[in-house]
Write a new protein. Structure first.
Lengths: 352, 352, 352, 352, 352
């Protein structure tokens, strides 16, 4: 997943629309939500004429596109809104890095949403593209997950500023929804890291290195997604565009703070993980040390004794000690003394 | 603690006030200190009217808010002072990074204070937010710890510049108090690092890796808090705001120097800690080496002797050596020579 | 290959044309493609007069030069187009880093194309130089590989914008073709890394370190080629040149995004590879640990038993145990107890 | 020493003068050197009146303050020259990083001088503060070491430019004297590193890790002192102050080059030291390898022989080999063959 | 060599001319080459008058100074050309980093030339200083090596641009000659690295760590010399000086590309070397593993057998097995089974 490739586009004309995936095409579904302070209507777009008509509405109009696999639909949408062919290519080709591009009549943004699956613990990502015009906003989602459900709810309930302000505020709210998902996924990742940390500090987990490696990969993927996201928000909040009202700046700055917080936490995770690698490796070394100590203690205690026993097991004719009455007890005593001496030596070395 | 999450806010409208913690709410207590060179009065705010009245005072007025868990109180305060909803959200949601934001009528600052508990050795942090207006200053503390006690004392005693200058100087003094706590905590951390260093250089501490890891985490947390703090102070001392008088610049520059000193020391600690990891790991290797040497010396000395003893313990009918009168002493002599040879070999290798 | 040297040029006058390689010279072949929206003609240049004539054409003219080993041909070309001697030196001396240089009448670009050989798995590179004039473009390829075949096909089929726009668009299309090859090679490299990762996580591959090292080298070479490439495209898309039409900017920005994506993936590969080194080294340590455990268990079980057996193999006259009826069974029982005790000990230590 | 703390100032009013050390106070000694091209007089300041009088002199006047422990003296000096309270605080509190601050009438600089003690090999540091006015210069030294002795000598001998130029040149000469000490200390450090390098490459030094760690600490301390020093000199040589004459620029640029050279050498030392850690660790591993080889060779040679001897030491009634005439020599021959075979095997493995 | 120190200058007046080395002084030899397109004359300068006369020549005049040990000669030259004392100090004190400084009438450059000695494999460096005036150029070489011989040849043969252009082009040609030497030395270094790489990947070289360390040191020294060199050339090619004609820019840009290529290769070497350290260390670990395996296999095979043999070597009166007819063959059979079982176990573990 980290290395999704654009290799299959090699040799094609730039700007050609080819969906990135070989999977069966996600049907492209377009909902049109037209609203102002007093009015809200949601319809499903069934043909292009409808889209063209709604585009001309003086109210704020949100074109919510789910599934970008049907290239023809995307292409017709592009024609209606006069989008640059490269914009459409980026919408369809879902391997983009987050970025923002300003065109004459619209601003084009690519975001990555992450999703943490609580059952499997897997973190997947999804490309979200926004095109912000003077009175309309198009949102493209790669898949059909209900990413913007809560936003739609809020719109319908007419709560707060969202109904009073323009499509720029709507864009901000959608970006906020995307970024909130990072916190959820990051918390899950953080929990896994703390669990691994506890396991490592307590004892031996044969799978620890695999888990560590996997977490590192995930943190790496996160980082790759969130750094350019920060740049996108920074550009909007600092330089901005004439399509973004000045009142939006505190909100965008807040969004920017969120991305910085996410980066902070990702970097902290990475630092923690590289610290855990040290803990793990030093644990391996310590266990080896302990194994070696046991071997050394046993061998050092018994090898001299075995030698002594072997010595008096020799069959020489003339071995006067063997005849002595106290020979056997004497040897036993020598053995005992040797063992005690060794034990004292080990204790001094703090091996026992 | 490092990974406190904003995950629970996912799906909510931006700017909603939700306290970050599930703990029983800290009661919000507001003290109002109104002063000029000749006058000082401190009252506890009991209702909003009082706050609104004091806000209009021509004297310097310090609204000292302790505990940010009571969302309604904070919210009413925000209305009286005309604060942006995102400012209130940042005050209540105490997972912010230190930052400074300039609004039309006020400057909003978020700081992190650290607290070193001498009994447990734990380092905890607490969010402090300051809102600086033309003639007033609001300070929000996350908890109820007496962070600004000494400043209040100084105010009451009427010592020094503090009573002659405006709320910008008061803000500076509060920031200085916050930053001074870093030095205290950093010194405690530094002492622990030096203690660990001595333990590591002297010998074997089975818990060393855990302590090292823990200290690393703490230094990491420190670093995360203090870098953005530096940016806050740098912004104030360089670009500044019209709410901050030009005379304040030497003071802010001094504060900036303090944050740089703190960063310097944190980085030094991190370098020391990564040096200690090397010391630790090389210590582990050296101990392993020593264990192996003992095993090798013992085994190498006795294994050949044991073989010899075994050889003359065989029960072959025809073994002429066994009949010889000097067989036994000869074998003993050979053994002695072998041991001495080995010892010389080991000495040459500097194993003994 | 990484360290191709300019050492043989030491002591020569700057700007002298010396081909970098000692290999037999690649014949230099020049094709001239002259086209506008309605017209296209391709001829092979047989003498200089022809080149000079075509250069004056009002249509877009593409001089496609393959093989830069014939210094005289390159030199004559340089005279016709009035190229700076250092430009010709850089074309012939194929150890350049990617770069762009603006001259009065033309823009000179050096690129590196990579080629992944599916049979051998080897990645080779080739220098491509472009000189963009007002109405013409010269492309120099180091070797004779059909790098620009698909572009030529598209031109001939008259598809898309390529026939309507100027030589700047043609230059963009050629750069796009070069950059697309990176995705192909990068995907191959990524597959090898994932294969190695699986091998490492599953078990022991004696060649793993060699493969890891080889992949690291390749990633390093990639990185070296692609960073300056990014700068080239960034310069074109940001500062640009009067020879590049403003309409080209979205295309160049898209190209820039591609180079950033490539860099992202190369950096990810490098991170993965350094993570794999940790996995590999911890695997080696773990295997050593396991070997040591087996040795320790066997030795610890049997060494005391061997000692006991040796003890009762001594030939002392007076050893009362030897006379006892239950001596032998008792010793066997003691041995059994010792073995069981040891096994319990090992189980507690989780060695079994 | 690296972590000298400002912790004891926590809770105090900013700008309070508290000496940093608990040691008995260094007496503060003030010498006044007044000079121009033709005149030089040095007196010891006994009271403030004298200082105030000399300050007004049209000649260049150097106030040379040694020992900053007597807070009252420093404080009075500050009043006479109208120094900002924070400047005095920085002079007395000798834990500052090197820095430069421009005030209306004077420039304030903090430097760190290092001193290498040839007998103990210890490197200590000392804070030097300079305040440069229109016609006067104050130098504060933390201790009483004769740091500026040679400069005073040169002044008295009337050699060179020093007597013709203003206090800015004097400041430069003092800074040069401070920076020259770095070269001395750095050379001593470099010698120690080279010595350690030789020891490590030749063989085993049980104290190597301690020495390495100690040198790393020292290089770290150096680095911490010299980076901000570079910034100080860079500021003076680039932006400068109206108090520094334009003619001074080549000199300041030269000083800047010196600080860059020092940083270069410190970084080189750090690189060398981290290379030495690798050398050390690989040495430890190699020695372990050698120990293991000796053990393995001895054990592998003798264990099978001992088994054979044990085999024919068994007391079975029916063991036909024991009765054979050539049994004993045959066993000896087998043993010999086994040993020779092993030795050939080891030689092939290059263990011998 | 890396840490040549300026320590002996501590305490001296800045700008004093003291040669850095204690070696017997290199005689300073000055050749004067005066030329324009049609004329060239080379004379050896025998006294100052001659130098002063030639300086005034309207032709391009190259003062080629070899050996900077004779301080008086350098000093007189400085007076004639009006050079700043610090320039002379930098010429004589050959521990400078490469740098460029612009004075009113001349530009002063310090370069480091490297020399690879093919016989000893040693890389030495030499300081080259250039002073570029309106119509003259002075080149100072630290030693007497014929560094600029080929340039002089080219001048005399009247080849190429060199005779038509001014002293700025001559300076460029000399810098080019210096930089070309880096490629030669770098190629030699690269060859050594590849040789070491082959040795490491093939097997065990006991000196590998020493060679690795030595190569690292050399790469470090290279890097230290070439980074500031790049800055020098960058300054000349970007900001430039009025003494450098605009036509020079393509040449300087080319020179800059060369320095960047050198840096690229040095960084590649460093990466390769740190990769080789990993290869080396993993090789050490693998060899240790192999040694341990041999020991473990032998010990595990024979220790149980030895125990069994010892068991039936006991002298108990009542040991029924000893009386059995098939006792001995049965024990032999058990031993055989045990050995076979072990071998199967080892094969499963892939130790055999």
């Amino acid at each position: 997943m980290l290395l999704k490739s654009m290799a299959q586009k090699a040799g094609m004309s730039p700007g050609s629309l080819v969906p990135i995936s070989d999977e069966p095409v996600n049907p492209t579904r377009i909902s049109i939500i037209e609203y102002d302070q007093d009015y809200l209507e949601q319809v499903e777009a069934t043909d292009e004429g409808m889209v063209a008509k709604e585009k001309a509405s003086p109210r704020v109009t949100w074109f919510k596109v789910e599934g970008v696999g049907q290239v023809e639909a995307i292409s017709r949408l592009g024609e209606i809104f006069g989008l640059h062919p490269l914009v459409l290519e980026d919408v369809v080709n879902t391997t983009q890095r987050p970025k923002v591009e300003e065109y004459e009549d619209y601003v084009f943004m690519v975001l990555k949403s992450v999703h943490y699956d609580q059952d499997t613990g897997a973190i997947s990502d999804e490309q979200v593209s926004l095109v912000l015009g003077r009175s309309w906003l198009i949102s493209f989602q790669e898949g059909g997950r209900e990413l913007f459900g809560p936003v739609l709810e809020r719109l319908k309930k007419g709560r707060g500023r969202i109904r009073q302000l323009g499509p720029d505020y709507l864009a901000y709210v959608l970006m906020d929804a995307v970024i909130d998902n990072y916190f959820v996924a990051l918390e899950a990742l953080g929990d896994e890291v703390e669990e691994l940390e506890d396991d490592l500090l307590e004892g031996h987990d044969p799978k620890a290195m695999h888990r560590l490696h996997e977490l590192k990969r995930q943190a790496m993927g996160f980082r790759k997604a969130v750094w350019p996201l920060r740049e996108v928000v920074a550009w909007l909040s600092r330089e901005g565009s004439t399509l973004v009202h000045a009142d939006m700046h505190p909100f965008l700055r807040d969004l920017y703070d969120h991305t910085v917080q996410i980066i902070d936490q990702v970097e902290t995770l990475r630092d923690l993980l590289s610290g855990l690698l040290d803990v793990y490796l030093s644990g391996v070394s310590n266990r080896m040390n302990e194994v070696m100590k046991v071997l050394t203690i046993i061998a050092t205690l018994f090898i001299p004794l075995t030698f002594l026993a072997g010595l008096y097991g020799m069959n020489f004719k003339w071995m006067p000690e063997l005849e002595w009455k106290w020979g056997y007890p004497a040897v036993l005593a020598i053995m005992l003394v040797s063992v005690i001496g060794m034990l004292i030596y080990f204790r001094r070395k703090k091996w026992l």
